[in-house]
Design a protein around this ligand. Structure first.
Ligand code: SAM
Length: 473
């Protein structure tokens, strides 16, 4: 019998995974998710796969890899690369749809959707152009063209919903307080951010890369904006962008498994009045979750002045009790300078190390090491990115792995979300996501030994929760 072609093997694997997913849904009495369905994913998970079940995540991960392999194997190579080369056009189109509140307008219009001529009047733009933008997005499964030039929301487009009412839309909202007042709009803040400043920066990635070996390499961001990212947000007129960036961090946290922050660290051990410093804590993506689960823990969020002002507002709205009781405090602090809080139980750094080049990370981590007591632990949350080939891990000596993907070292092939943020970080700040080996060695150089890692999954799409202790304490 002739050997099976790779194409057939891919197709068989796809069918095997589909069996797993259908069985998951039928065993829970849930309909198999449908791309045309515009309902957001329900909190009780009754219109989605059970993404907490290992068999389901394994099937989803394999489908992602195999689907990519099948698609790329059958495509005309020139067309395939051409599509990749034009990714920025999809990004720019998404920004148009998001900024023009197309999703909100389609939700208000109801299931029959809207003809693009009517939509364009509401958006105040040229209908022919808007039609082409929505055709492109619909061709990628974002929006559905239910009849020629009539568009409706679908499972993907609703993640851009800001939850605005017709009255709010009539007021042509521009301010952050109206645009992102609904908690669910954090995801939209993330997408509007990604398609704006980072998109403009990455256009200059090549030019910046050419200078990447110079003593002080420029960022692609600085080539696009003539200043650096965090300085830009403090310029007059950029208040809404700063607040959107802050909220985008919450949007990014929401993409991750809901309970990862809580399960990823033994908060119970400091539940009775322990002290936590959330360094570069933004508007509270970690702290708010910890404060909610463990109300007696004392938390200080440190960040730049403009950000802690925003954090105070947001945290006071979400958990006023914690703020009033002084359990959640806010402090302006530059993490490149000596840490004023000595010997806390825990320093938290989420999505900080990935922002910076190694030399800057060493400064940040050493400042924390200097301030640490012998029992202080560092809770570091960042992606650990895999290779795109299979690996035998020899990088894990002395590290205990916990969580659903314990100890897995799977290839990230097809899992583009593992790698996009890394190139994004290079573009905006000369940072990057790091492999396990790189991460362990970086922390070690700064005096921290990583000894525990909680992994929600192994393809690097989600952040890992790492625990480190001071070396030589
Ligand atoms: C990627 S965000 C992460 C925020 C937060 N940890 C989270 O995960 O939501 C990086 C944070 O670092 C803060 N930051 C940047 N430079 C800083 C500095 N020199 N000192 C303190 N915080 C800084 C930014 O304002 C921002 O809130």
């Amino acid at each position: 019998m002739p050997a099976k072609s790779k194409l057939r093997l891919y197709a068989e694997e796809i069918l095997r995974c589909v069996d797993v997913l259908e069985n998951d849904c039928s065993s829970r009495g849930v309909a198999v998710p449908d791309l045309d369905d515009p309902s957001p994913i329900h909190p009780n998970n009754d219109n989605d796969f059970d993404r907490n079940a290992k068999s389901v995540t394994d099937a989803l991960n394999s489908l992602t890899t195999t689907g990519m392999l099948l698609n790329q194997s059958i495509s005309n190579p020139v067309q395939s690369v051409r599509i990749a080369a034009c990714g920025y056009i999809v990004s720019a189109s998404l920004r148009c749809a998001a900024e023009l509140h197309v999703v909100d307008l389609l939700r208000i219009a109801g299931p029959q959707g809207l003809h693009v001529d009517d939509l364009a009047v509401k958006c105040g733009v040229e209908p022919g152009h808007l039609a082409q933008i929505l055709h492109l997005l619909s061709s990628q499964g974002i929006f559905r063209e239910s009849a020629p030039d009539v568009f409706t929301n679908n499972r993907l487009s609703v993640v851009f919903d800001k939850g605005l009412t017709q009255k709010e839309l009539d007021g042509k909202p521009k301010g952050h307080d109206v645009l992102y007042k609904n908690p669910e709009s954090a995801a939209c803040a993330l997408f509007c951010h990604l398609t704006d400043e980072p998109a403009k920066s990455t256009s200059y990635l090549y030019e910046a890369l050419l200078e990447s070996k110079s003593p002080s390499p420029p960022t692609a961001f600085s080539k696009a904006f003539n200043t650096e990212l965090f300085e830009y947000y403090e310029l007059p007129g950029q208040e809404n962008r700063l607040r959107r960036f802050n909220l985008a961090q919450e949007g990014a946290a929401r993409v991750e498994p809901e309970d990862a922050i809580i399960k990823g660290f033994d908060w119970e051990s400091i539940a009775n009045g322990g002290h936590v410093v959330d360094v570069g804590g933004g508007v509270g993506a970690v702290s708010l979750r910890v404060a909610e689960a463990y109300p007696e823990i004392n938390i200080v969020i440190q960040d730049r002045q403009g950000v802690v002002d925003d954090a105070l507002k947001r945290c006071s709205a979400i958990n006023p009790t914690a703020v009033q009781r002084g359990k959640l405090k806010f402090e302006a602090h530059d993490f490149f300078t000596p840490q004023p809080i000595k010997n806390p139980d825990v320093f938290v750094i989420k999505s900080i190390v990935h922002d910076w080049p190694d030399s800057s990370c060493l400064t940040i981590l050493r400042q924390l090491r200097e301030a640490a007591g012998p029992k202080t632990r560092l809770f570091a949350v960042d992606k650990i990115i895999p290779y795109t080939c299979d690996t035998e891990s020899s990088e894990t000596d002395g590290i205990t792995f916990l969580g659903p993907a314990t100890g897995e070292t799977k290839s990230g092939l097809g899992h583009v979300l593992s790698y996009l943020p890394s190139v994004l970080m290079i573009s905006v700040l000369n940072g990057q996501e790091r492999s396990l080996k790189h991460t362990v060695s970086l922390y070690r150089k700064a005096g921290w030994e990583i000894y525990k890692i909680y992994q929600s999954e192994s393809q690097g799409q989600f952040a890992s929760q790492m625990e480190a202790r001071p070396i030589g304490a």
